[in-house]
Write a protein that binds this ligand. Sequence first.
Ligand SMILES: [Zn+2]
Length: 266
Amino acid sequence: MGFIDPHIHMVSRTTEDYEKMAIAGCLAVSEPAFWAGYDRRTPEGFYDYFRHLTEFEPRRGKQFGIRHYSWLGLNPKEAEDLEFSEEVIALLPEFLGRSNVLGIGEIGLNKISRNELRVFQLQVELAIEYQQLIMVHTPHLEDKLKGTRWILDVLRESNAPPERTLIDHVEEHTAPMVLDRGFWAGITLYPFSKCSIPRAVDLVESHGSDRLMVNSGGDWGQSDPLSVPRFMLEMRLRGHDPKAIEGPTLSHAIQFFAQSRKFSMD
Ligand SMILES: [Zn+2]
């Protein structure tokens, strides 16, 4: 059975990880722009990063038959300086036409500061203006509920289309408010923090999996590029049939991504 990992930062992973993912059945990955492990000191640092996401990673994935898609934007961790942020946002339109770019992301909130909110809002507006899909990062731990509420408010005020927006890193207490308003939701499977695989399967069993997809969120931290196939294994061991497993690990991502003309699974 094939799978898609809709949220993984391949820039932080090795070429062997691509190979392991391909052996486990990975057909495509989508990589949102995020923190690079250090704060970039110039907008040109972002320019080079966007080139990396749109030129180098697709080539690495292709070696193993994995399609690599990307999302571009300024992450909340580096959004404190408004003037700097506006310079980075001004670079985005040049890249949005590139063949593997599905939309703007991951954007959102981290510490929930006033400037983060402003930079989030500017990028939501840009996504709407350029008819891009949106991928949103929700803050972790104790800020998640509050941050998710703020994010949903900004999206509503900006008239962002829920069916074209994925809200990521949902957990038990935020999934219902996201899904009830018509958004797509991502569950990030982490071995030590965020949502564990058994918790994610519980969530799918109790809420259903409509508009839900799971991802590894693989990045610089302790994370596992095989989280999605491990989730599939847990579902299988609990007796779920292939159709039920395919929704959150493959077909929902295809439905959501296919709203961009750039996405293809042929
Ligand atoms: Zn991420």
